[in-house]
Structure formats: C-alpha cells, structure tokens
Design a binder for this molecule. Structure first.
Ligand SMILES: *Cc1c(COP(=O)(O)O)cnc(C)c1O
Length: 381
C-alpha cells in the first residue's frame, strides 16, 4: 500500500460482528473472559482498547514502524519516552523546542535526577562534542517550534548509534506525510496527535512509534503502569482525521509557500522562517529529508508593539495556541507557547518579542493573504 491508501486502510478492517466500515468506538472499561486466562485479547481498557489499538496500528504503518502507542496527550507520550531513563542520565535536546518539553524537563523531571541540556542540534559537530559518558538520549525536534530550524536526521541517527544513545524525534510539525524519522535510523518518533494527525482541532492526544522490541515492551509497560492513555473516542476522532491527512497536508504546504512569499515581500516583515523558501539556511537539507515543507511559518515584525498590533487586527486568522488544524491560527510564541521559557533563554533561541507564528490552514489562500494584508494596513493608520 502507498501512503494515502495506508491512511484510510492500514490496520483498519470492517468490524467482524456487524460489517461496520467505520471502526466502532469501544466505550468499555472491561471485557468478558471466556474462562480463567482465556479472552479475546482485551482485558481492561487502560491496558488496551480495540479502538485505540486500531489507531496505534494505523499510525505505526504511516511512520513505517513496528508498533504505535497512543497517549492522552503529546506531553503524556513525551513523558513516557523520558521515563525510559534513570536518575543520573543526561539528555541532549534541540535548544529550539516545544515550550512544554522545556517545562517538563527543567521544571518537573530534573527533580527526579535527570539532566536536560538544550543545544543547537542543527550543528552535528556540536552534538558530538556535547555527548557525555552519562548521555542516554538525543531528543530532536525538526522543524523546530517556532523558528523552523532543520536538524539532519540521518546525522543524528548516526551519532546515536555510535554512542549507544537512544534517538528521539518529535515529528509533530512535519507529520508522517512529510517526514519519516525511523527511515533515517531514528529510534523513536513521537507526535502530538492533537495537531496534523487529527487535523481538526477537536481532541488532544499523543502517539509514539518505534521498531525496537525491548523499547516497545518497556513503553507498553509504562503506558499501562502510568495510565496516561488515549480514550476510545479521541482515538476514533484521530482515526477519522488521518483519513484525509495527505490531502490536508498538500493544501497546507501549497498555502504556506504562498503566504511565506507574501510575507517575505511585505515591508512590515523583518524576517520569515519557512523551510520551503530557498532563502531558509537549511532549505537543501529540508528538501533532502522532507517530502514537503509543512504549514508552519514564523515571521519577525521587529517589536512586541508591531506583533500585538497585527494580532489584534486579524479577523479570519484566529489568535490561538496550537496548530495543524484546518483553520488558520496565529500566535505569539514569546507570551503564549514559550511563556515558561525564561526571557534570556528565549533570546538565545531566537524567540524574539516581535516573532509571530502562523499555522496555515486549508482555507482559500487568497482569503488568508487578504486578512493579513488588511491587518498590516489598518495597523499603519
Ligand atoms: C503540541 C505539541 C506538543 C505537545 O502535545 P500536546 O498534545 O499538546 O500535549 C509537543 N510537541 C510539539 C511539537 C507540539 O506542537
């Protein structure tokens, strides 16, 4: 099966008891057992649930991995990944990363004896030098949030193998349609399913996909032990969203490049970050490891005042956190998604006060451009 077909069919069979084409939502906590020790593969829904299992198999196929594990949120999935570690372990992460991962590492898990170090993972020589004897994990986001930097996946996988360090990629921004980390030798791909996988801004969820049997066994154990599982209805919403992932992603990409070009030409914009622009410093690398450049753009307006003004005047673009839905969302990383990152650290990673992030939706692109144009223009009066 090719990718678009997998989105609709992989892991999904009509329900054997009714013929229902759509996967049923199995709203049950428990399952009848035929006799002691004999059941139909399900015992208790924290451990496994048929609707969730279908989603897990489906996303595993999309990522080219052996198994998928679905969690209550992207952060729950990422927490499970960090729980593979032990006190004293050192983790290297992309400096420019989802704000919630920074918060989880620095403000929660460092209390449990893990050490989080944020470095520029676009520089492979720097990554190699930063590896210590107690480094156990290399955690990369590419493209990064919100500055859209690209890290070399094959390069990271190679460093991981050479130093016996588990490599993890947050593939949320690209989605499996545009990037397949496991194919580059990365050990674990993790997603906030809340974003492009679901695509309709109507649930919260997270998914991990991987190949290594030992890691799968440990993560399954963590999933049932901690219990931060995805509920069956959310799994169903995510499954429904995934059926249109390829057509949505194509439109996100098409709209985003048009908007990136519009922003680049606009006199009010100091700088545009979009890996699809030939002016992006890692455009060639992005072209090599991605099948498209996605729907996320950030741009610098030079000051907090200019950013505030634009965000106040947009009408179609909704001022909101999150991304990856069919509707265009616009946000201000410094005060929204990255508010928990200290100001000095924000400056170091390029999250300036004038930076605006846009999650380009699949509306008619002319309507989005017109909305941005009127917001810029009314701002000048
Ligand atoms: C949203 C997001 C997360 C966290 O996912 P939730 O579903 O909100 O818990 C992690 N990484 C990235 C890149 C995200 O965009």
């Amino acid at each position: 099966m090719r990718f678009s077909t997998k989105c609709i069919h992989a892991g999904i069979d009509p329900d054997p008891s009714t013929g229902s084409i759509m996967t049923p939502v199995h709203l049950t906590s428990t399952y009848v057992q035929q006799e002691l020790g004999v059941n139909k593969g399900f015992e208790y829904s924290r451990v496994s649930n048929p609707t969730r299992s279908v989603l897990e198999a489906n996303v595993a196929a999309l990522e080219g991995g052996r198994e998928g594990l679905a969690f209550a949120s992207g952060m729950a999935a990422i927490s499970a990944v960090f729980m593979l570690l032990k006190p004293g372990d050192h983790i290297l992460l992309s400096k420019n990363i989802y704000g919630g991962v920074y918060r989880l590492g620095k403000l929660v898990l460092e209390d449990f004896g893990l050490e989080f170090e944020f470095i520029d993972t676009t520089d492979l020589a720097l990554v190699r030098r930063a590896i210590r004897p107690n480094t156990r994990m290399l955690y990369v986001e590419t493209p990064t949030n919100p500055t859209m930097e690209i890290t070399d996946l094959a390069g990271i996988a190679k460093i991981g193998r050479a130093h016996r360090v588990t490599t993890v990629v947050d593939n949320t921004f690209a989605s499996p349609h545009l990037q397949s980390p496991l194919q580059f030798g990365i050990d674990i791909s993790v997603h906030s399913a809340t974003k492009y996988l679901n695509g309709h801004s109507d649930m919260i969820g997270g998914i991990i996909v991987l190949n290594d049997l030992q890691l799968i066994e440990r993560l399954r154990f963590l999933q049932k032990s901690v219990g931060a599982i995805m509920g069956p209805f959310d799994a169903w919403l995510c499954l429904r969203g995934i059926k249109t992932l390829p057509v949505r992603m194509e439109r996100h990409c098409e709209n985003a490049i048009a908007i990136a070009r519009f922003l680049q030409r606009h006199p009010g914009v100091v700088h545009v970050n979009y890996p699809g622009l030939p002016t992006h410093p890692q455009h060639t690398l992005a072209r090599r490891q991605m099948r498209g450049y996605g729907g996320m753009i950030s741009f610098d307006l030079g000051s907090l005042r200019a950013a505030k003004r634009l965000l106040k005047r947009v009408r179609l673009c909704a001022l909101a956190e999150s991304l990856g839905g069919v509707e265009t969302l616009i946000s201000h990383p410094a005060t929204m998604t990255h508010a928990s990152v200290p100001a000095e650290e924000r400056r170091r990673i390029g999250v300036t006060d004038g930076l605006v992030r846009i999650s380009v939706g699949i509306e008619d692109v002319q309507d989005i451009i017109e909305d941005l144009r009127q917001a810029f223009e009314s701002g000048r009066r």
